[in-house]
Design a protein around this ligand. Structure first.
Ligand code: ARG
Ligand code: ZN
Length: 874
């Protein structure tokens, strides 16, 4: 069945309070739900009461204290219907039994390393009890959890702890938690287990004391310190920047090792994939620390953007996710380097969201239909959703943005809102009509903006002609022009300031481009400028510019906008890589000019901002190049092209690279701060290029670094360089690393990933062998994604093998995983979203693999949905 936005109607019943009594047991957990309910005045009167369930085992139902007979209701594992429901307030009591040990889908109540935990978003609560499991039904929850004291000494729920104690004459104990804030069922959570704890007290801006605690596997407490610190910084930041204060006496975070996604913002009880909590210099890289900080912030920020203001229905998912990603990105930018963080965001946006937008899985930021909502927790909803919020801020300005946010939070607090409610707040505070802008939520596909420039030397004017278009996407053949904020400026060839003006560009340098074509003219332009367009990546569009490489490279040297300095070098590199891949043409002079520009950049600027320099020195990935070429893609040719350019670059700059490599030797104790991390990333970028230029020298450098490294960042970077150099040294290094970290699953994940990404013929066999490794488990999402997900997503040449073996392998794993965990299987399957852009032979093999999946009976809805959309003719 397909769910459609236009079919939305309010629930016929409301649930005011929920009392849950959960008696934890490994295989027979008893759940008693007591619901105080009433007909919804805005629902249909006299409608039957239909509660959702999923694989539930019903034990009893009572209405107002009277046990119902079998004739008075109808029940199946997936629904409970009372045809003649009362027309006034009533109390419904439902007893169900669930088996958390058998729950391999990791939705609802399940066990991870023996601990009990829950995941209810989007529709997991119905796997615990029958319910109106939809985000617009808000209730006040009281949860009583009972368990064996030995098995689960720690018992956690939403809200504040109100009572706890032992049961007489038994090994069991209990805790009662009460959450005063009405919430939808997807924000429910409970945890029971044996866990270590770190904690500190936080005093809010109005002087409330809050106990912050993080629970982890016993013995790993010290690895939670960084996350705890990030939580405190997030709370302070949300007070300062958005005026948002926390609203309970405790804020708990629990790390679990089996988790489908990154983390979950359950009210007062966030549950995290442990890879986004646990960190130590020995086991985590700088990138891990960055992600931990961002995700801790993200889940905390949901307390307002998601929990206090939630979503009316799942079509509004971007209302909380896009906004919260925007908020966490702003936090990270303030805590770290704004331009460096912005570049990293855009890299992921392009790699994941632009890819999705050009694939058979393309959908609007607010989709208007779905078969399986879990398949819409996508880069489009999250990352493009965040870009829309950022564009809104760019268009209306910082002050009005804050006023609009304040109005939105105030007006929608305690409600289940829509994208319209959000935009209305900004329309009201600015008096602007945002209806054209709202198209960003409706129209899928990445707009293309083509720009042509004309300089009139005599008149001293400079004209820019803009054109926009968007290619058709599934279900949307015709496209309309979008409201695109273009932040821009003119740069002179020698970097001297330009005083040109244009009345279409406001004082912040923003031009709103909202027609199919438009032109703007600058006056007082005394010399030929280079246009710096989409500064800071002001809109999620693809840009094509009619400028030659040497003019673009002026921006690398002279632009005041760091993003465009980086972008200009990337654009030139991409042009070279694409033409090298397509016709193998040498382009000798152009490559030399690019290498010369990079060498002088390294000389002059690298040491001033090492993190930024490392980004400039990193070439577009093979997947990026494939996306740029976008048809008849041959991954082998792309791999050869990128290897060649790396080698040319490394050779041209080798003296400078070596000098920085030697000068940036780490000293002193490890610190994950952005400045120290930047130094390491520059040094490791140098190592990568040095090894590309000279594999013998590279092997020696990398081996030495692997030996002497004092932290995981440097160790992994050197091992990663070694994996590009076939031979015994590499195999020994891989084996030693695996041995050293055999008891550290999160490090073994990195080890799996490195090996899965080796661009050589033997890799598929290696991946299959690693599936036999004792640390691997097909039921643990982190393991599966590290080994198999990385193979499919990172290893362009081997996943897309010309003989189709990579595709067949992934198809077989998807089918196996689907029997245990459909969400995980569906995620893996999205690796096929690039299949239509491949050259003929590969395309045929990919299609065969997809069809072999589609033909299987009993596919989950998750996999069935992805496979059928992937095969649909667009
Ligand atoms: N709301 C979570 C977040 O912070 C994501 C949870 C999605 N889970 C799922 N099973 N679809 O982004
Ligand atoms: Zn989120």
């Amino acid at each position: 069945p397909i769910v459609r936005l236009e079919d939305y109607r309010p629930s016929d019943f409301l649930i005011d309070t929920v009392e849950l009594d959960v008696k934890l047991h490994p295989t027979e957990t008893r759940v008693t739900a007591t619901l105080t309910m009433s007909p919804n005045p805005s629902g249909r009167s006299g409608a039957p009461l239909i509660l959702e369930g999923d694989e539930l085992n019903l034990k009893s139902v009572s209405l107002d204290g009277r046990v119902l007979s079998d004739e008075e209701f109808e029940a199946s594992p997936h629904s409970l219907t009372i045809a003649q429901a009362p027309q006034q307030a009533f109390t419904l009591t439902i007893e169900t039994e669930v088996n958390p040990t058998a729950n391999t889908k990791l939705m609802g109540l399940y066990r991870s390393s023996g601990n009990y935990c829950t995941q209810c978003e989007a529709e997991g609560f119905r796997r615990i009890t029958y319910f109106l499991d939809r985000p617009d039904v808000l209730s006040v929850y009281t949860t009583r959890i009972e368990a064996d004291r030995d098995e689960a000494p720690v018992l956690l729920g939403n809200g504040n702890l109100v009572e706890s104690g032992s049961l007489d004459d038994s090994s069991r104990h209990y805790a009662v938690w009460h959450d005063p804030h009405p919430k939808p069922s997807y924000l429910f959570a409970l945890v029971g287990g044996s866990l270590g704890r770190v904690a500190k007290t936080f005093t809010t801006m109005r002087g409330r004391e809050v106990e912050l605690a993080i629970y982890v596997e016993p013995g790993k407490e010290d690895r939670a310190d960084y996350a705890l610190d990030a939580l405190e910084r997030s709370m302070r930041w949300d007070e300062r920047v958005f005026g948002r204060e926390y609203d309970l006496d405790v804020f708990n975070i629990v790390a679990v090792s089996d988790f489908n996604m990154g983390a979950m913002e359950n009210k007062g009880l966030n549950i995290f994939n442990d890879k986004y909590v646990l960190a130590s210099p020995e086991t985590a890289t700088d990138m891990d620390y960055t992600h931990i900080e961002a995700i801790i912030a993200h889940e905390y920020f949901h307390n307002w953007s998601g929990n206090r203001v939630t979503c009316r229905d799942w079509f509004q998912l971007c209302l909380k996710e896009g906004l919260t990603v925007f908020r966490d990105q702003e936090f990270s930018s303030d805590e770290r380097s704004r331009p460096v963080h912005r570049i990293a965001e855009v890299k992921t946006l392009r790699a994941r969201q632009f890819l999705e937008d050009s694939s058979p899985l393309a959908h609007p930021v607010r989709p208007n239909q779905y078969r399986e909502i879990n398949n819409f927790y996508t880069a489009t909803v999250y990352e493009k959703g965040a870009e829309i919020v950022r564009m809104l801020k760019t268009i209306i300005g910082e002050e009005d943005f804050r006023r609009g946010m304040d109005l939105y939070f105030e007006r929608c607090d305690g409600t289940a809102a829509t994208v319209e409610d959000f935009l209305t707040a900004f329309a009201e505070v600015t008096g602007r009509d945002l209806s054209h802008f709202a198209r960003w939520y409706e129209q899928s596909g990445t707009p293309r903006v083509a720009v042509k420039s004309h300089y009139d030397e005599a008149a001293q004017t400079y004209r820019l002609d803009f054109k926009q278009s968007t290619s058709p996407t599934p279900g949307q053949a015709k496209k309309d022009p979008m409201a695109i904020p273009v932040t821009l400026g003119l740069v002179s060839h020698d970097g001297s300031p330009m005083s040109a003006t244009c009345d279409r560009v406001d004082e912040r340098g923003v031009f709103l481009f909202d027609k199919a074509a438009d032109s703007i003219t600058f006056t007082g332009v005394t010399s030929l400028p280079v246009p710096s367009l989409f500064r800071g990546f002001s809109a999620p569009v693809k840009v094509s510019l009619d400028l030659p490489n040497e003019e673009l490279l002026v921006l690398l040297r002279h632009d005041t906008d760091a993003f465009n300095r980086w972008q200009s070098a990337q654009t030139v590199a991409m042009r070279l890589l694409a033409s090298l891949s397509v016709d193998g043409s040498a382009k000798g002079e152009e490559i030399e000019a690019y290498a010369a520009a990079l060498c002088s950049f390294i000389d002059q600027d690298a040491e001033d901002d090492p993190a930024f320099a490392a980004l400039v020195m990193t070439l577009p990935s093979e997947a990026d190049i494939a996306q740029e070429i976008s048809q008849d893609v041959n991954p082998d040719a792309i791999h050869r092209a990128r290897t060649e350019l790396r080698q040319r670059l490394g050779t041209a700059c080798s003296r400078r690279l070596q000098r920085i490599y030697d000068a940036f030797t780490d000293s002193g104790p490890y610190s994950p701060d952005a400045v120290s991390a930047g130094r390491r990333s520059l040094r490791n970028a140098c190592l990568d290029l040095l090894a590309a230029a000279d594999s013998r020298a590279g092997e020696a450098l990398a081996s030495a670094q692997l030996e002497s490294a004092t932290n995981m960042t440097d160790r992994l970077a050197s091992l990663s360089v070694l994996t590009t150099l076939p031979g015994q040294a590499r195999e020994d290094a891989i084996a030693q690393f695996g041995e050293r970290y055999r008891n550290e699953p999160l490090v073994i994940d990195k080890w799996f990933t490195l090996q899965a990404a080796i661009p050589e013929d033997g890799t598929l066999e290696r991946v299959k062998r690693l599936m036999e490794h004792p640390a691997f488990s097909i039921s643990n999402p982190n393991r599966v994604r590290s080994l198999i997900g990385s193979f499919a997503m990172l290893n362009q040449v081997q996943f897309n093998r010309a003989d189709g073996a990579g595709y067949q392998f992934l198809a077989s794993i998807v089918l196996r995983a689907d029997e245990l965990n459909p969400q995980l299987a569906a995620r893996l399957l999205t690796a096929f979203s690039t299949w239509r852009m491949m050259e003929n032979t590969r395309r045929k093999h990919a299609e065969e693999a997809l069809r072999s999946i589609a033909q299987k009976p009993n596919l989950s809805r998750d996999v069935g949905d992805i496979v059928s959309r992937s095969l649909e003719e667009s």
